[in-house]
Design a protein around this ligand. Structure first.
Ligand code: Q0Z
Length: 469
């Protein structure tokens, strides 16, 4: 076990993490190398795990800092915890797990296969295990006392717990963060299946993203290249562990017997999997960390002059920001289609349908939509395209447009080898499934389709979205 620093006051000790008090309303958030499986901590630590998870949190926070404020203050920590701890703002935590699921896995799949719902939300019929959901869903859970499982709660129960304004704020923040992170992960060959966010507030009320973020302990990741809906896909990190426990260990987790020591090869495979996940996402190597069983004579003052060799705040992403075109163009025009969602009544489209019928055109049904042409100034770099994608994500989470589907369809200036003759077939020939699941050429950012969140119709948000006016 890892009882660690004795020099700072311990505020919280979780199964595999520790939280220490620092001066000035700050906290030290530390990740041990311990791993849990079947709801218990295994006796064998995984070298490097705490460092990987800490540095992954830092990296994700750097990716998400433009979505909302985060609690990260610095990675400049005492030498004895270097690489495996973060200095964070002390917040007033909201005692709710904000779970977002983009794919049907784990308990979500189990419930769906039994009842067609996930956390009580009805989903379309016929989805397979592991399938990507058309839109991610927010399935909050109430924190249970240590040892017991968190319990899913409905949105209405969340409202009862935190109030309606806060509940809406939490859902919106969680979905925005997930949409961004899922795309980033997918571009780097990982599927972000689901994740759990935690939030807190500053004294002034600002909502802040807190705790560990998008680590394998708080999220389920699959390797995109072995993504196979319809089959059982254990999360990247837990796969080997579970395989060994069920096939080779001779240990029955239900037996009441203590978990056995892990063999060296399982330990080193796991270490490697954590490091691989980090390198895949960030394109960088994990920085070395201080070993856990450290001397206990470290003075508290060390924090003031912590070493320079700690984690930089942001790790450069791999080969980003390279120009997408050989011949830079000064301005490009992108086409963004906004269509009413299929489940939203479309009075104007229906009226046109009727009119056409009256004119003798049978078998045509019209739905209204709008096309935007977005001029992107300057050279068409990956960064610019990324900005456009983020802008469409903004539209996606803008409550004003949540009844609509937004598709980044194409670019008038695209190179000839991109075969979509952008203007027509995508708009008038598309069916929804294709639009939502077939993400086209990401390198050029076209043909990207993002959709608004799955909101229950009763909402405070006065959706302007053409509810049949
Ligand atoms: C996080 C946890 C544990 C590690 C409280 N920024 C913050 N402000 C206030 N509180 C927290 C945070 Cl992150 C906070 N936790 C979870 C428990 C070890 C983290 F035992 N609890």
């Amino acid at each position: 076990m890892s009882s660690t620093r004795t020099t700072l006051p311990l505020v919280h000790s979780g199964k595999i993490r520790e939280l220490y008090a620092l001066p000035d309303d700050q906290l030290l958030l530390l990740a041990t190398d311990n791993v849990s499986a079947y709801d218990r901590v295994l006796p064998t630590p995984i070298p490097g795990k705490g460092a990987v998870l800490t540095q992954l949190t830092t990296w994700w926070l750097s990716q998400l800092g433009d979505v909302m404020p985060t609690h990260l203050v610095s990675s400049d920590v005492p030498a004895d915890v270097a690489g495996r701890a973060l200095v964070v703002e002390k917040l007033d935590m909201i005692p709710v797990e904000c779970v977002v699921r983009g794919y049907l896995a784990g308990s979500g799949w189990k419930e769906y296969s039994e009842s067609g719902t996930v956390a009580g939300l009805a989903l379309p019929e016929g989805l397979r295990r592991g399938e990507r959901l058309e839109r991610p869903i927010f399935t909050p859970a109430a924190k249970a006392p240590q040892g017991s499982h968190d319990e899913n709660i409905t949105f209405a129960q969340l409202v009862d717990l935190v109030g309606e304004q806060a509940a809406l704020e939490l859902r919106r923040a969680s979905l925005r963060l997930y949409v961004r992170a899922e795309r980033v992960a997918r571009e780097r060959g990982l599927v972000l299946v689901d994740t759990k966010f935690e939030f807190g507030r500053r004294a002034d009320g600002t909502l802040v993203l807190a705790d560990e973020v998008l680590t394998p302990d708080s999220s389920r990741y699959w390797a995109a290249d072995s993504y196979a809906p319809g089959t059982e896909m254990p999360s990247l990190d837990k796969q080997q562990l579970r395989d060994w426990i069920t096939n080779d260990s001779g240990w029955n987790p239900d037996s009441g017997q203590p978990a056995p020591d892990l063999p060296d090869e399982v330990v080193s495979k796991l270490s490697q999997t954590y490091a691989d996940t980090y390198e895949r996402l960030t394109g960088a190597q994990v920085l070395p960390s201080a070993p856990l069983e450290a001397p206990d004579e470290a003075p508290a003052e060390e924090l003031a002059d912590a070493t320079e060799e700690t984690q930089p705040d942001a790790v450069p992403a791999p080969e980003d920001a390279q120009p997408a075109t050989e011949e830079p163009v000064e301005q490009s025009t992108f086409i963004v289609d906004v269509m009413l969602r299929e489940d939203i009544p479309d009075a104007q489209g229906a009226a046109i349908t009727e009119t056409l019928k009256g004119l003798g055109y049978e078998g045509l049904s019209v739905r209204q939509g709008k096309r935007f042409e977005v001029d992107v100034d300057g050279e068409l770099t990956e960064e610019r395209i990324d900005q456009l994608r983020k802008a469409t994500e903004e539209l996606l989470v803008n409550i004003e447009v949540e009844d609509y589907e937004i598709s980044l369809v194409g670019n008038y200036d695209e190179e000839p080898e991109h075969d979509h003759d952008h203007h027509d077939h995508d708009h008038f020939g598309h069916d929804h499934e294709q639009h939502d699941h077939e993400h086209g050429d990401h390198e050029h950012g076209d043909q990207e389709s993002v959709t608004a969140e799955d909101l229950p119709p009763a909402d405070d948000t006065a959706s302007t979205g053409g509810q049949g006016e």
